[in-house]
Design a binder for this molecule. Sequence first.
Ligand SMILES: [Fe+2]
Length: 190
Amino acid sequence: MWFYEKKTQYPVKIKKTDPRMAKYILSQYGGPDGELAASLRYLSQRYAMPTPEAIATLNDIGTEELAHFEMIGSMVYQLTKDASIEQIKATDNGVYYTDHDKGIYPSTGTGVPFNAAYIQSKGDPMADIHEDMAAEQKARATYEHLLDLADDPDVMEPLKFLREREIVHFQRFGEVMDKLQEYLNSKKYF
Ligand SMILES: [Fe+2]
């Protein structure tokens, strides 16, 4: 079970409306390399991990990704909540507006809904941990692309924090992978 803390993991306080940036960032909410995918991937894969440390790491990071999902939702909301119809039309966000108005919906910026096919839970510890390390690199790259597109420090600071966390997660999964390898080798008798 989880306990909820009524604050985001890192402050999100965006003052300037920018529906175009919201459209770009939305992919980290419901897109292929986004935070929802990360969270569901790790929280689902953890059951089949063979060591308590691997289970705990996936549980821990999967939980943190949910907090990142919340941060991204807050960013998209703050960037769009005061947007005028003119701004929405000017940034070609009308398709999203048609279906969701100012609601926050897990999809890409072009409206492709979240899909569990973005993730795998293979039941094979090495296959899963390799996927997780790749996922962290893809999320890191996505945050770098978003930072290229951003210019407001209120937007850039949370994005930088999230990028850093992906690097930490990649390193932690790397440690788990080494230990899993040792564990799996120790089980082989020739
Ligand atoms: Fe991550």
